[in-house]
Design a protein around this ligand. Structure first.
Ligand code: ADP
Length: 183
């Protein structure tokens, strides 16, 4: 299955299937929880692969700021990962789509990208936020993810390389179908 990519303004957006903890990039994004306490899914994988320093920084952020609200993002170092930073964002816990889930999901991507821009990063790898344990329907989530990134590329950004790293074929296919419609 080929990696897909498209150029939007000065940024290349790519879709690939894989494990985000193996990505070389300035930053990878974590689908965290509000307490920044780690968990299953991509969050667990990042802390396992990255080592304890990431959790130590998360502990400090929790003490200083109380954690990270849904739709917001915070940044730590990348520990043992092949990235300088991990950007931790929190998606919505999906109920029925009527309690602000679409806005919160959009905000989670937007906050992560804005933080990357603030740090003047060039490359970022992003998982499918919210579509695992938090239960966001995949097709709708893929549409929001790609639309948010697409719009972001129209702004003045330091990011020249944005990669969606999809863990399973089902997620990759859902993103690929929406991606094909972007121009
Ligand atoms: P959330 O709680 O936001 O739903 P999850 O981690 O449960 O987050 O799932 C989000 C997505 O991340 C799912 O599609 C899941 O398959 C995927 N995922 C899990 N592990 C990895 C990994 N190592 N790399 C990339 N994506 C992953």
């Amino acid at each position: 299955m080929p990696d897909l990519n498209k150029q939007f303004n000065r940024t290349t957006v790519a879709l690939l299937r894989g494990d985000i903890t193996r990505q070389e990039a300035d930053a990878i994004v974590n689908a965290a929880n509000s307490g920044l306490r780690g968990g299953g899914g991509v969050d667990g994988a990042i802390h396992r692969a990255g080592g304890p320093s990431i959790m130590q920084e998360c502990d400090q952020i929790r003490r200083m700021e109380g954690g990270c609200q849904p739709g917001h993002a915070v940044i730590t170092g990348g520990g043992n990962l092949k990235c300088q930073y991990v950007i931790h964002t929190v998606g919505p816990k999906y109920r029925d789509g009527r309690v602000d889930e679409p806005r919160i999901l959009r905000d989670a991507y937007q906050s992560s990208l804005t933080l990357a821009n603030t740090y003047e990063l060039k490359s970022i790898a992003i998982p499918s936020i919210g579509t695992g344990a938090y239960g966001y329907p995949l097709e709708e989530a893929a549409e929001i993810a790609l639309d948010t990134v697409h719009k972001f590329c129209q702004t003045d950004t330091t990011l020249s390389d944005i990669r969606f790293v999809l863990f399973d074929q089902f997620s990759y296919d859902a993103f690929a179908e929406k991606f094909a419609k972007l121009s």
